[in-house]
Design a binder for this molecule. Structure first.
Ligand code: AMP
Length: 180
């Protein structure tokens, strides 16, 4: 399967986020999957790419030209590195390639990617699994916020059901493999 990972372009000081990200990459490689991701060699993005590679997985990066040229942060040893003109093209390609989405600890970029694929799923554009890896409860405040929105009638129950929360890398990858 092609598993699309969204995660931080920074390296958080908490070692548990780094370890969980590494573990996801290792599982992707060991289980014969392809990692589809943002193509960067920075922060947790670089961590997941190297771990997937080291475990024998295939790494497919998709990076906009501006990030590659200006910041020089691409993971140049990826098996495939597609350079797109725009961020929008990049996200569309990642979305189309993926069989499932894994949301790991990350910042605004990660959240934006998560919200986009969740909204598309809720509108019926796809039925690919979306899994949030909630390492050390990093996403608890966001999940509580979503619950509040649901209580206020702005998030429908079926929309909240559009993603699954996993506590461990094993559970996250296993859910992604269900294709449900
Ligand atoms: P953030 O969570 O704000 O660190 O953003 C990370 C997400 O945005 C990743 O999943 C990437 O797809 C994208 N992204 C942000 N910065 C970069 C970068 N320097 N190179 C490639 N992708 C990036």
């Amino acid at each position: 399967m092609r598993l699309c990972v969204y995660c931080a372009s920074s390296t958080p000081p908490s070692p548990s986020y780094v370890h969980a990200t590494q573990h996801v990459g290792t599982l992707i490689g060991q289980r014969g999957h392809t990692l589809v991701y943002g193509g960067g060699d920075v922060g947790l993005m670089g961590v997941v790419a190297r771990a997937a590679h080291e475990a024998g997985g295939t790494v497919f990066g998709v990076i906009p030209a501006a990030l590659r040229d200006i910041e020089g942060v691409a993971y140049e040893v990826a098996d495939d590195l597609v350079v797109t003109q725009t961020m929008q093209e990049r996200k569309a390609l990642m979305y189309n390639l993926a069989d499932a989405f894994l949301v790991l600890p990350g910042g605004f970029g990660t959240l934006e990617e998560f919200m986009e694929v969740l909204t598309l799923r809720n509108l019926g554009y796809h039925q690919k699994p979306i899994v949030v890896l909630n390492t050390d409860g990093v996403y608890d405040p966001l999940l509580a916020f979503f619950e509040g929105l649901q209580e206020q009638g702005m998030v429908r129950p079926h929309a909240r059901a559009g993603f699954h929360v996993a506590a461990t890398p094993e559970a996250a990858v296993a859910h992604a493999e269900t294709r449900a």
